[in-house]
Design a protein around this ligand. Structure first.
Ligand code: GLA
Length: 712
C-alpha cells in the first residue's frame, strides 16, 4: 500500500512500513520498520539537525563525504553534481529495460531529482510488495542536456538507518564452499561485499544483511554481474547501505536523450535474520521464479557427471539411464562430453554438435532414454569457447579479448563475447538446435570460469561487463520464450552464479560441486538464507565423496539432499542391489512428500554455522504435514544426551510424529502438540549407535522425521 499525506509518503506491506519525507528539494527516510498505519505526529521523527538526515540517494558533489550513490563525470571532466528533488509522486512502475526484475507489483513512489546545470534527471523508484513484505528499489538517469555524460557509479538502493551498532552479514566462499555465512560488527568506516569476477561469483553473493538485536535489514540485487554492497557507519550515528553494480571499472556513457536503468534491488525489514530470510524466500518464489515453474514440482533426476566424467559410451549412458528408470527417477541428464570431440576439458566448447562417434547419435540416444519412460535433459556451456574448436577456428573474433593481448584461459577455456549481438544470435541458433535435436525437457546451463579479458573492439571499456550481462539476459529471454516448457537449471562450476538474475530465467541452480553431505548442510543453509529450497539442485553422490573423500550413509546423503531439488549423481550401474533398493525407497518417499519438501515453508533448525547441530523443517503449504532433518555435525561421546528443537510447526496443532527409516518406512514415535515441539528440545537418544558407516570415525549423524497433522 502506498499513500501520500502532505509531505509524507507511507509505503506499507503486510507487516512493515517505510515513511519518507519529501519537501524543500530533498527526500529523507523518516522510518522503516514494523507496520504503522498513520503518519500523524511524524514531524517528531525529523532529525535534530537538518544536515544529519537519512537519505535515499547521495550524488557526489554535496557536503556529504561518505560513499556516494551516484558519481557522474560531466562533459568537462568535473564530477560534482547538484541534484535537487523536484517531484515526489505515486506513479506507475517503470521496468528496467533489458534486465530481469520483480514480476507483478503495482504503483511506486517515484522521486525525481534534477541537476539543473547539467540537465540531468535522476529518478528513484520504491515499490512495496504487500504480501511478501518487500520493497523493490531502482534508479534511472536521463540525460536531458546537450552533452554526453559518463555514469561512474549508480546505486540501485541506498538505505540509511539511525545507529552505528549494526553487524554486517555476507555469504562468501569459493568453489566447493559457496555462501558460507559471515557476520562482523561494523566499525566506523566501510565494509564491502563485492564481486570483481564478472559474475555474481562464489566469492561474495549479492545478498547481505544489516542486523542488531530485534532488527534485520536484508537486501539482494536482481543481477548476475559485478555487484557491490557497502555498509558504512559514521560518527554522526548513521549507517548507510548501498547496493548496485560494482563501480569498479564501470563507466557508462549516456548520450543526450538517453536513459540508463539500474538493476532492481529488493529490501526487507524483519525482526530477526530468520524472519528476513523467510520473507526473501517468499519474495523469490512470488516475484522472481518464472511463474510457470514457481508452483511446479520438479522432477527427480539422475546425472551422469560424477559417475563417468568425460569417459562414457552410449551403452554406459543407457545402462545408467535404465537404472535411473528402475529406481524411479523421472529425468536423465547427460552432462559434459557429448559434443564436438569433447573427451576432456581442453576442446570443443562452442561446437554444439553431436559427438556421434561417442554418443552413437545423440537424437536416437535421447529417444532411447525417453522410450524407457524418462525425460531427457542435456548439459551445455554456451558462454564459452575452446581454442581447439571449429567455432574458434572460424570465428576467433567471437572471443572476449583485449586486442594485441593473449587472453587468459581458465579451465582451458576462453569466453565468448556476449556483448556482441552476432554471438548472441549464433548461440540462440546453436542452443535451440540442441534442444530441438534431443527434444530436451531440461537444460543444465553451465558457466565454468570467471572473466579476465573483459573487452571487445567496439564496446567502451567501462561498459563491457554490464553489456555482457545484458547480452546474456537477452539470450536467456529469447531461449526461455522459445522453449517455455524446458526446465533450465543454472550452474557455474557449482554455485558460482547463484543470484536473482539467473533465477528470473532459470528456476533452479546447481548449488555446489561439493556434494559431501557434511559440507552441503552449510552450503545449503547459507543459500537458504536468501533463496528458496526449490531453487537449489541437491544430489546424492557416491561415498566416499568425490570432492572430500568423506564417507556418509546413503540415508544421510539423501536426508541432506531432500533440503533441495533431489537428484542422484553417480554411476548407478556400480551400485549394489541393497543400495538400489534403498534408492528406490528414497525416491518413492521423496515423490510422496515432494510438494512439501520442494514448495513447503522452510525453517532452518539449529545453526549450521554455529551450533553443533543443524537441519531444516519444511511444512506443507496447507499445514497437513512437515518433514524435518536433523544433523549432528560431530560426535562427542562424552555427551550422550543430544537434543534438537523442531521450530516451524503449527502452534495449536496435534501431530503424529514419525521417524523416517532408511527403507522408506516410518516408525510412529508418539503424538505431540506443535506448541511443545516448537519450544522444547527433543532427545535424539541413540543417534550415534545407528549410523551404518563403521569405517568412518566421523560421519554426519542424521535423522529424518515426519509430522502428520491429525487435528488442531
Ligand atoms: C561444472 C559443473 C559440474 C559438471 C562439470 C562438467 O563443474 O558444476 O556439475 O557439469 O562442470 O564439466
Amino acid at each position: 500500500m502506498l499513500s501520500g499525506q502532505g509531505n509524507y509518503f507511507l509505503l506499507s506491506t503486510a507487516h512493515t512500513s517505510m515513511l519518507l519525507f519529501c519537501a524543500d528539494g530533498r527526500a529523507e527516510y523518516r522510518y522503516f520498520g514494523e507496520l504503522v498505519r498513520d503518519t500523524a505526529g511524524a514531524e517528531l521523527l525529523a532529525p535534530e539537525w537538518e544536515g544529519r538526515t537519512l537519505l535515499p540517494c547521495s550524488p557526489w558533489g554535496s557536503t556529504d563525504f561518505r560513499e556516494p550513490s551516484l558519481l557522474i563525470r560531466h562533459a568537462d571532466g568535473s564530477v560534482a553534481s547538484r541534484f535537487v528533488l523536484t517531484g515526489a509522486e505515486i506513479a506507475p512502475r517503470v521496468l528496467p529495460a533489458g534486465l530481469p526484475h520483480a514480476c507483478g507489483g503495482g504503483d511506486c513512489l517515484r522521486l525525481t531529482y534534477r541537476d539543473e546545470a547539467a540537465k540531468l534527471v535522476l529518478c528513484l523508484q520504491l515499490m512495496p510488495l504487500e504480501a511478501c513484505d518487500a520493497i523493490v528499489s531502482s534508479a534511472w538517469l536521463k540525460n536531458e542536456g546537450e552533452y554526453a555524460v559518463e555514469i561512474e557509479r549508480i546505486a540501485s538502493l541506498q538505505l540509511e538507518l539511525w545507529g552505528k551498532d549494526f553487524s554486517f552479514t555476507t555469504f562468501d566462499g569459493a568453489w566447493g564452499s559457496e555462501r558460507q555465512r559471515h557476520t562482523r560488527p561494523l566499525a566506523l568506516g566501510k565494509c564491502e561485499n563485492a564481486s570483481y569476477a564478472g559474475s555474481s561469483s562464489a566469492f561474495h553473493n549479492p545478498f547481505v544483511m544489516l542486523t542488531r538485536p530485534g532488527e534485520t535489514y536484508a537486501c539482494n540485487l536482481i543481477y548476475s554481474g559485478n555487484h557491490r554492497e557497502t555498509a558504512e557507519a559514521d560518527d554522526t550515528g548513521r549507517t548507510r547501505l548501498i547496493a548496485g553494480i560494482n563501480p569498479f571499472g564501470f563507466s557508462w556513457r549516456v548520450e543526450p536523450g538517453e536513459t540508463f536503468y539500474t538493476p532492481e534491488a529488493v529490501l526487507v525489514y524483519a525482526q530477526s535474520p530468520a524472519e528476513a530470510s523467510a520473507r526473501m524466500r517468499n519474495f523469490v518464489m512470488t516475484h522472481i521464479i518464472p511463474p510457470r515453474w514457481a508452483d511446479c514440482e520438479r522432477p527427480v533426476l539422475v546425472n551422469n557427471w560424477e559417475g563417468t566424467y568425460f569417459s562414457f559410451t552410449r551403452d554406459k549412458i543407457l545402462s545408467i539411464a535404465a537404472r535411473a528408470r528402475d529406481v524411479g527417477a523421472e529425468l536423465f541428464v547427460l552432462d559434459d562430453g557429448w559434443f564436438g570431440r569433447r573427451d576432456d576439458d581442453t576442446s570443443s566448447l562452442g561446437d554444439w554438435k553431436d559427438y556421434a562417434a561417442k554418443t552413437g547419435g545423440i537424437a536416437s540416444l535421447a529417444d532411447e532414454v525417453r522410450a524407457m519412460g524418462l525425460q531427457f535433459g542435456i548439459w551445455v556451456e554456451p558462454e564459452m569457447i575452446s581454442e581447439d574448436s571449429d567455432l574458434y577456428r572460424a570465428h576467433p573474433d567471437y572471443t572476449m579479448r583485449v586486442p594485441f593481448r593473449k587472453p587468459l584461459t581458465m579451465r582451458n577455456q576462453l569466453m565468448l563475447n556476449l556483448a556482441d549481438v552476432r554471438v548472441q544470435d549464433y548461440l540462440f541458433e546453436a542452443i535451440s538446435n540442441v534442444i530441438q535435436t534431443v527434444k530436451a525437457a531440461y537444460v543444465k546451463w553451465d558457466y565454468n570460469r570467471y572473466m579476465t579479458d573483459c573487452f571487445d573492439a567496439v564496446t567502451r571499456g567501462g561498459e563491457y561487463c554490464h553489456r555482457y550481462i545484458l547480452g546474456l539476459y537477452a539470450l536467456l529471454a529469447r531461449l526461455t520464450e522459445r522453449f517455455p516448457g524446458v526446465l533450465f537449471e543454472g550452474c557455474a562450476s557449482g554455485g558460482g552464479r547463484f543470484d536473482l538474475g539467473v533465477l528470473f530465467y532459470m528456476p533452479q541452480i546447481w548449488t555446489s560441486d561439493n556434494t559431501d553431505a557434511r559440507e552441503r548442510i552449510r552450503i545449503q543453509a547459507g543459500t537458504a538464507c536468501a533463496y528458496p529450497q526449490s531453487s537449489m539442485g541437491a544430489h546424492v553422490s557416491a561415498s566416499p565423496n568425490e570432492q572430500t573423500g568423506n564417507r556418509n550413509s546413503l540415508y544421510a546423503r539423501f536426508s541432506v539432499a531432500c533440503g533441495g531439488v533431489l537428484g542422484y549423481e553417480s554411476d548407478l550401474t556400480a551400485a549394489s542391489e541393497a543400495e538400489l533398493s534403498e534408492i528406490s525407497a528414497q525416491i518413492a518417499y521423496y515423490k510422496r512428500h515432494r510438494r512439501t519438501l520442494q514448495l513447503g515453508e522452510y525453517t532452518p533448525l539449529g545453526d549450521a554455522f554455529g551450533d553443533d547441530w543443524s537441519g531444516y523443517l519444511v511444512r506443507a503449504a496447507d499445514g497437513s504435514e512437515a518433514i524435518a532433518v536433523v544433523c549432528l555435525h560431530e560426535k562427542h561421546t562424552e555427551v550422550f544426551n543430544r537434543r534438537a528443537r523442531f521450530a516451524g510447526l503449527e502452534d495449536g496443532a496435534r501431530y503424529r510424529v514419525y521417524r523416517v527409516e532408511k527403507d522408506g518406512g516410518e516408525q510412529l514415535l508418539t503424538e505431540a502438540d506443535g506448541d511443545l515441539l516448537n519450544r522444547a528440545s527433543v532427545s535424539l537418544g541413540g543417534i550415534f549407535g545407528e549410523t551404518d558407516v563403521r569405517e568412518n570415525s566421523n560421519p554426519l549423524y542424521v535423522r529424518m522425521y515426519r509430522f502428520e497433522r491429525i487435528g488442531r
